[in-house]
Design a protein around this ligand. Structure first.
Ligand code: ATR
Length: 284
């Protein structure tokens, strides 16, 4: 597709941004939908974040993704925040609606979609989440919104799990929540339908590590999800597979958070999981 005088722009704001997969995904989606739109990455210095966000409005950029370390900071410069993004306390997507900048968080939505696309149902289920950081916040809020019955939030720093639990309870009173430490036992997993790792344990340099003790025998029917996507099969997912369990790979959340951002900007809902997966594998 050619760039012309009518080409629209979407972008990523962050620091650093050079390793982002988002340009591959969004430019692919724009082309697939026949949209005259391009997506580029902007590496923004901390003191320029406000100007960069205002630039979205000034330049008529259709929307932006926001990545580390600005997911919280950008919220100060937006006109409106989506209710779930406000509970999460972070924004990864900005939509420019005729000059009004609205902040969303598509990370948790993307995760939930990846579980549903794998053929599972979350409504009424018991879910154990490992970690209570930013990713956990995004995921647990969307799990609550998706109607899970019970959340077990496990983290080394108990105070963070407690804080997250209190916030979810405030907004989703119908969800039962328990907190605990990360030293999960076989007994802890009884009655759990989904186990989700949101910690970086198992990622790249820590790829030999597993967030739970691999000698544990999991209950039958447990679905194990990891948001770590490098490596594709983490130690946790390998443990699940060895025990005959179904898994949900972290790449699904990465793809679906992008697909949902694209939907917010363009109104186009694209089912392109396999194509994007192939594209990302090609990019390494
Ligand atoms: P992100 O935004 O990617 O979620 P984060 O906000 O730094 O990153 O949160 C990382 C989460 O993984 C936290 O829950 C953190 O635990 P603490 O709250 O106790 O710090 C957890 N985490 C990070 N490294 C860990 C490790 N080596 N073992 C267990 N938990 C870890």
């Amino acid at each position: 597709m050619k760039i012309s005088g009518t080409t629209q722009l979407a972008c990523l704001l962050g620091h650093p941004v050079s390793h982002s997969f988002s340009p591959y995904i969004h430019n692919y989606l724009a082309e697939k939908c026949g949209l005259d739109m391009r997506y580029v990455c902007f590496d923004v210095e901390d003191e320029q974040v406000e100007a960069a966000v205002k630039g979205i409005r000034a330049l008529g950029i259709v929307g932006s993704n926001v990545t580390i370390p600005y997911k919280i900071k950008v919220m100060d410069y937006l006109d409106e925040i989506d209710p779930n993004a406000a509970i999460i306390g972070a924004v990864n997507t900005i939509k420019n609606e005729n000059g009004k900048l609205i902040g969303y968080n598509t990370d948790g939505v993307g995760f939930v979609k990846s579980v549903i696309e794998a053929g599972h149902t979350l409504k009424g289920k018991t879910v154990m989440v490992l970690g209570a950081g930013g990713a956990s916040r995004a995921i647990t809020v969307e799990l609550a919104a998706a109607g899970v019955k019970k959340l077990l939030i496990c983290n080394n720093t108990l105070a963070k799990a407690e804080q997250l639990s209190a916030q979810i309870k405030e907004h989703f009173a119908e969800v039962s929540i328990q907190i605990g430490l990360l030293n999960i036992t076989e007994a802890d997993l009884q009655g759990v339908d989904f186990l989700i790792n949101t910690t970086p344990v198992g990622m790249s340099k820590q790829k030999a590590l597993c967030p739970i003790n691999e000698t544990i025998q999991p209950p039958k029917g447990l679905v194990v999800c990891d948001i770590v996507y490098t490596p594709h099969d983490t130690k946790l997912l390998l443990w699940a597979k060895v025990n005959g369990l179904q898994v949900v790979h972290g790449i699904g959340m990465l793809i679906n958070q992008a697909v949902h951002s694209f939907y917010l900007w363009t109104g186009k809902e694209v089912a392109a999981y396999e194509d994007i997966l192939a594209l990302l594998v090609e990019q390494g």
